[in-house]
Write a protein that binds this ligand. Structure first.
Ligand SMILES: [Zn+2]
Ligand SMILES: [Zn+2]
Length: 234
């Protein structure tokens, strides 16, 4: 390895490590690391009584009969309810064709534990089940949400390091059909368990490395395989 190459990969690993903890602007204090998941999950099963119309953005008070706290389980479902009552032209126009089915299903079942929950009008049973699964507090549903979040988060880092976003970090987006998709798939398999680490060479461009940190987070790094030697007289 030349000196330059070593420095470059050290620099890149620095970026990957810095990105590892939080996508936000301000890194959280070190010792708050262990706690956040529980806090986030308690907030997830909420009671949302204020929704925003998806078309005009106006806020409406919405209630869901039979639900804990009288509100909708997610902001999304509260917004959908607000959109159904909003009287702006777009909302009126867009709810006409689906009004028959929109009110058909109001109860869904968690995909993992089967628990029933009132979630407000949904266009289909599948959609209602999906919402319940999104808010259910059973261990399997929580784990599935955590994994989905981990995948989404790591995939966004893949895109920032290798995709369109790479330029902002001073890299070239990698070329080649399906290459980004493969990297995203690797991240997914790491999150789901079957793969623990991976290293891929992107022809002529760089190396992609994936691993899991001691805190259980997926680390994505990119290192350029570039070196340059000039001898006397060249
Ligand atoms: Zn509206
Ligand atoms: Zn459940």
């Amino acid at each position: 390895m030349s000196q330059e190459e070593r420095d470059l990969s050290a620099y890149l690993e620095g970026i990957a490590a810095a990105e590892d903890d939080s996508p936000g602007e301000e890194p959280p204090p070190e010792d708050s690391e262990a706690e956040p998941p529980a806090v986030q999950e308690d907030e997830e099963v909420g009671s949302f009584t204020l929704g925003k119309c998806n078309y005009c953005g106006r806020e409406w008070g919405v209630t869901l009969e039979g639900a804990k706290g009288g509100g909708y389980p997610t902001q999304k479902t509260a917004n959908a309810a607000a959109t159904r009552v909003c009287d702006c032209p777009e909302a009126v126009e867009n709810r006409k064709p689906e009004i028959g089915v929109a009110f058909a299903v109001t109860t869904g079942a968690c995909r993992y534990c089967g628990q029933l929950q009132e979630v407000g009008p949904h266009p289909s049973q599948t959609a209602a089940d999906e919402t319940v699964t999104e808010v259910c507090s059973c261990p399997s549903a929580r784990t599935a949400r955590r994994i989905a979040e981990q995948i989404e988060d790591a995939q966004s880092r893949v895109n920032r390091l290798f995709g369109e976003g790479a330029e902002a970090l001073g890299f070239k987006p990698i070329a080649g059909d399906g290459a980004i998709e493969l990297l995203e798939r690797v991240v997914e398999l790491i999150a789901r368990g079957p793969i623990s680490s991976a290293s891929l060479n992107i022809r002529g461009q760089c190396k992609a490395k994936f691993s899991i940190t001691s805190k259980g987070k997926i680390k994505v790094s990119r290192s350029e395989t570039r070196s340059c030697d000039l001898e006397a007289g060249e």
